[in-house]
Design a protein around this ligand. Structure first.
Ligand code: AMP
Length: 471
């Protein structure tokens, strides 16, 4: 998500910001701008550049305020009516909302709202925000938003645009990120930016101000930035998978450089799971910083033994297993000159279904590697995420079905090791994980879900298929 308040060319700035955030979602994109009188909206399926590279589209988005969103759905169909920002007209004016995360009581809320006569336009869980705001008995938009946020359960960061303000909010545990930046204003007063990651600040010439805090709401208006904390303070649980995989390495999250953190994870991994070998090879791009760290700590040379073709997207996002298989081959090729006759340590950030690892190990062996040792810079992913990262149902997670020796055999590696959960926490500067007060949301590794899964009571298969329908 990206939002800008009081800047000349707000929509082009938002398009640039969304472009920098493209890795967070590639299925669809949208921008809503406000010119002081009217709201303007454009949404399209596909990438930011494919939609907002068109001068006629940009000409239709005038104004000094705008918000935008890149969509990253689970397996639910991607149709235009689900693309954000969502927009609605109210008696108090217009409201556009973009949401990153997942609500865990959206189905329950939706049923109640439908019973009360609300007509849902989309199937995204995010639309409940719009209806809760619509039926709230409070008068100001901000009070209505707070009223709505008090009723939703889940992990979310939000950006909203009204006739008078740009609003940002983070759930009370701060699971998903949101950052405040500043840039030159259109009218001599400062301009402001809200973004999911700091990497989008650089590209628009904005400076970093701070992370929005867990449970904080900021209202940015002609009066400046106002911070509100209607929910009290909770111990934050930022998503640890943002550090491992999701965020762009040039972003800073919660004061930590994502790149530096990934390198430290690699160092820790080499300490915990070193192996006699000749060369360290990353699975590009996600395994690169961790492999560098592994190389430094182990003293082994770091070499690009796998070359990535940059003209294909992330394999994981393709919908079917068949396409995913094909995608891995399209994306990676082996660099025989580095691999032939060598004992190779392959480093990747995670194993989800195991498709990537299996293909890569096979490819590295076919290129003549003598031994292949797989090292993973996250603990085994054994549990589904209900908070906004697209992990499949538990039965499809390799680590929930097999132990490490079985997984090694399945992916065809001579050895397989994952960083421990304590090693991960240490690499992120938190000491060993304190089970009574963990510093992160790490439910995908530990099964310790910090936000109630209200909608999801039965088995996880059913839970995930519900989520897929919603998103
Ligand atoms: P898999 O092939 O299913 O084991 O997926 C593992 C690969 O997908 C790793 O190389 C990761 O870099 C990448 N990955 C992990 N989590 C995600 C995610 N939520 N979305 C997209 N890609 C992911």
């Amino acid at each position: 998500m990206f939002g800008v308040w009081n800047a000349t060319d707000a929509a082009p700035i938002t398009a640039l910001g969304l472009h920098a955030l493209q890795h967070r979602g590639q299925e669809a994109t949208g921008i809503v701008s406000f010119d002081g009188d009217h709201f303007h909206s454009y949404k399209g399926l596909g990438l930011v550049g494919d939609n907002f590279g068109d001068a006629r589209v940009m000409a239709g988005l005038p104004g000094t305020h705008a918000i935008g969103h890149n969509r990253y759905a689970t397996t639910g169909e991607t149709v235009l009516r689900n693309v954000q920002p969502l927009y609605a007209d109210f008696e108090f004016g217009g409201l556009a909302v973009g949401h990153n995360g997942n609500l865990t009581n959206a189905r329950r809320l939706r049923r109640e709202l439908v019973r009360r006569g609300c007509l849902f336009q989309s199937t995204t869980d995010s639309e409940v925000f719009v209806h809760l705001i619509a039926i709230s008995s409070y008068s100001t938009v901000l009070d209505r938003l707070i009223d709505a946020l008090k009723q939703v359960v889940g992990a979310y960061s939000l950006v909203a645009l009204t006739n008078t303000a740009l609003i940002g909010a983070r759930d009370s545990l701060g699971v998903r990120p949101l950052i405040l930046g500043r840039l030159a204003g259109a009218d001599g007063n400062p301009g402001y930016v809200l973004t999911s990651e700091t990497c989008a600040l650089e590209i628009v010439g904005a400076e970093f101000v701070r992370d929005i805090e867990a449970g904080e709401i900021v209202e940015i208006s002609a009066k400046g930035v106002r911070s509100i904390r209607p929910f009290g303070r909770a111990h934050p649980r930022f998503c640890v998978f943002e550090h491992i995989y999701f965020a762009r390495p040039d972003s800073t999250m919660d004061g930590l450089s994502v790149y530096a953190a990934r390198k430290r994870i690699g160092v820790e991994l080499a300490r915990e799971a070193g192996v006699a070998a000749d060369v360290v090879v990353p699975v590009p791009d996600s395994g690169v910083p961790a492999a560098m760290g592994y190389g430094i700590e182990s003293g082994l040379p770091f070499e690009l033994g796998i070359i990535r073709n940059h003209y294909v997207g992330r394999t994981f996002i393709e919908p079917t297993d068949q396409i995913r298989h094909l995608g891995v081959k399209l994306k990676h090729s082996a660099n025989r000159a580095v691999l032939a006759g060598r004992r190779v340590v392959l480093v990747d950030d995670s194993i989800v279904r195991g498709t990537t690892s299996r293909k890569i190990v096979e490819m590295v062996r076919a290129a003549g590697a003598k031994e292949v040792h797989m090292r993973i810079s996250s603990p085994p992913i054994r549990h589904s995420c209900f908070y906004g990262i697209d992990t499949p149902e538990e039965s499809k997670l390799l680590a929930s079905r097999y132990d490490i020796a079985e997984m090694a055999a399945l992916i065809g590696a001579d050895s397989l090791a994952f960083i421990s959960i304590d090693g991960l926490y240490r690499a992120l500067g938190k000491g060993a994980r304190d089970p009574r007060r963990p510093a992160f949301c790490d439910a995908c590794f530990t099964g310790d879900y910090p936000i109630p899964l209200t909608d999801f009571t039965a088995n996880t298969e059913q839970q995930l298929s519900l989520l897929a329908e919603d998103s």
